[in-house]
Design a protein around this ligand. Structure first.
Ligand code: G1P
Length: 299
């Protein structure tokens, strides 16, 4: 039985150009699905998996993320005085008691691998999680990271989330080759960043959830720029798996790529349809919208 993960890294230094002009002033991690920013979904998943130290790799322009996790004394006081206790609870639980946030500045945008390396001093010598907040994973049961943390604890190996994608999309993902895949898990034998379909080793794509052993840091320090001229986490993992077991984990849940317009729309629809209070009206208005557009199409 290996150590339980306690620390989670959130790379949030990206520019979010796909969502301009909104991301001119609002970091993409702060875009909401209903009433919670994307980063909150990832944070909640990490806390559920047992993490109590959240490490945000940010850049000097992204004050909004740090402000969001800071205590809002004045707001809390106002909500308390006006008896809005439900809202007060929501604001306080952005970071539940016992969970701390650490902010590390990534001075230059040198890639995902470099962003993870920036967390080295805070992580130290223990297994840790990496969550990419663009990937929102919806599940009615345990969250994806909790499933992976349990698997990692049982074997002591690093674990990377994967899902099947259509072959023509391999160029958008890290792609793995595996062996001995049982229902959920298999050993990774190769990993390549964004291969063209004709050279992709499979159509099993890396999704933004990783449980990594700390040996990855030394490898990241020696990783040279790869795909897109960036220091890739995938390249360091490719070396790690030559030294120790790294497993791919086909998690239970649906992943939405909220780094794209359609992914964010899809996630919003899913959370609305599954929402305690909004479900009925969301269903109704979607039917109405489809019916109205359908009628116009016929005209
Ligand atoms: C990153 C990783 C890639 C992974 C993807 C998942 O790419 O480099 O291996 O498949 O996240 O979302 P990005 O989408 O940041 O270019």
């Amino acid at each position: 039985m290996a150590a339980r993960i306690r620390k989670a890294v959130f790379p949030v230094a990206g520019l979010g150009t796909r969502f301009l002009p909104a991301t001119k002033t609002v970091p993409k991690e702060m875009l909401p699905i209903i009433d919670r920013p994307l980063i909150q979904y990832a944070v909640d998943e990490a806390i559920e998996a047992g993490c109590d130290t959240l490490v945000f790799i940010t850049n000097r322009y992204k004050h909004a993320v740090a402000d969001y996790f800071d205590k809002a004394y004045e707001l809390e006081h106002k909500l308390e005085r006006s008896g809005k206790l439900e809202q007060l609870e929501l604001v306080r639980n952005v970071l539940p008691p016992g969970v701390r946030a650490v902010f590390v500045t990534q001075a230059e945008a040198l890639g995902l691998g470099h962003a993870v390396l920036c967390a080295k001093e805070v992580i130290g010598n223990e297994p840790f999680a990496v969550l990419l907040p663009d990937d929102v994973i919806w599940n009615r049961g345990p969250g994806a990271l909790k499933q992976m943390a349990d698997a990692a604890q049982a074997t002591g190996a690093s674990v990377i989330a994967v899902q099947d994608v259509p072959k023509e999309q391999t160029g958008s993902y890290g792609i793995v080759a595996t062996q001995n895949f049982d229902a959920r898990q298999g050993r990774i034998t190769a990993i390549v960043e964004k291969p063209k379909p004709e050279v992709a080793p499979s159509n099993l794509a890396v999704v933004g959830r990783y449980v990594l052993n700390p040996g990855i840091f030394e490898l990241l320090e020696n990783t040279t720029p790869g795909a897109g001229g960036e220091i890739q986490l995938t390249d360091a993992i490719a070396t790690l798996l030559q030294r120790e077991t790294v497993n791919a984990y086909r998690f239970q849940g649906t992943r939405f790529d909220c780094g794209t317009h359609i992914g964010l729309i899809e996630a919003t629809i899913r959370y609305a349809l599954d929402h305690e209070k909004l479900s009925d009206s969301a269903r109704q208005l979607m039917q109405n919208a489809l019916a109205e557009l359908g009628v116009e199409d016929l005209e």
